[in-house]
Design a protein around this ligand. Structure first.
Ligand code: MN
Ligand code: MN
Length: 300
């Protein structure tokens, strides 16, 4: 099992994440700049004593994941949008990862209800010994019951100190996999649904707004080395936004150094993920700690 100290960090991170998620729900409205929402979410996490586990994701309609406002984002929340907000908090590296869908189009209210229902159902299944494939099966059945499709190639994931995605994936469809969850493990569970006319699959887009340090070898220019040191010091191996590098060095130097780190693969990027048939996607996510006799939902 987890030590008391570690448990406390997870629970504190979860409480902050849950509060900020509730605040975010109130500020997502037609016409509000996406950048303003990202900045407010991130500032609130810090104001509550948390650290950012990854940039605030704000994904509209058919975009399923990995959009976070770039430094000069001019986009606003469009009319009738289906908006996924996905946010992450850590305390000493122990992460809370949670997401919700804010639906500004009543046509899609049923989808949001269904994905929340699926998350609730599978959270109730979490206990030592449960197969991850059983969770996927319940997610898929719930989607089908509401006439929807799960996104098969997006999964929940295990969390560990300073690592957002590790260990066992939690699928959204049944899989031929015998992996079981154990006491002391921590998971983010995140069903994604699309319409039955969707492909039930995401593809990568061309743009990336979220990055992560992946290796430290082979940096050539001193400014790139300097930037990499700053990234390592501030974000460790966690995902970050280019917005967070503002002021690290003059903009032209920063842009060149950033490009160098990316092309030398010192940084990896997370391209935006889009429903393959361009259909609307909804998401719900909580972080759960597996206990001896069940679970603690840290982000409830
Ligand atoms: Mn998430
Ligand atoms: Mn997640």
């Amino acid at each position: 099992m987890l030590s008391r100290d570690v448990l406390e960090c997870y629970i504190k991170a979860g409480k902050i994440a849950s509060e900020v998620r509730s605040e975010a729900k109130e500020i997502v409205k037609k016409g509000v700049p996406l950048l303003e929402i990202c900045e407010k979410v991130e500032a609130s996490i810090k104001a509550k004593g948390g650290e950012l586990a990854f940039p605030c994701n704000i994904c509209l309609n058919e975009i399923a994941a990995h959009y976070s406002s770039p430094p000069e984002d001019a986009q606003t929340v469009p009319k009738n949008a289906v908006v996924k907000i996905d946010l992450g908090v850590h305390i000493d590296g122990y992460i809370a990862d949670t997401a919700m869908t804010v639906c500004l189009n009543p046509e899609f209210d049923g989808m949001v209800y269904a994905v929340n229902e699926a998350l609730k159902q599978v959270i109730n299944m979490v206990r030592p010994g449960v197969k991850t494939s059983q969770i996927g099966e319940v997610v898929q059945k719930t989607a089908q019951r509401y006439g929807l499709k799960p996104i098969w190639n997006l999964t929940g994931h295990q969390l560990s100190k300073y690592v957002l995605h590790t260990g066992k994936p939690i699928p959204n469809v049944p899989r031929f996999d015998f992996a079981r969850i154990n006491a002391g493990e921590v998971f983010a569970i995140e069903p994604f649904f699309t319409l039955s006319s969707g492909k039930g699959e995401i593809r990568s887009g061309t743009d990336s707004y979220i990055f992560r340090l992946q290796r430290e070898r082979g940096v050539k220019s001193p400014t790139a080395k300097d930037l990499m040191d700053k990234i390592k010091e501030n974000f460790k191996t966690l995902p970050f936004s280019k917005r967070w590098l503002n002021g690290f060095m003059p903009k032209s130097e920063l842009d060149a150094a950033f490009k160098e780190l990316l092309s030398a693969k010192n940084l990896m990027d997370y391209p935006i993920l889009i429903e393959a048939a361009g259909k609307t996607v909804v998401q719900a996510e909580h972080t759960v700690i597996v206990t001896d006799d069940g679970r603690i939902v840290t982000t409830q």
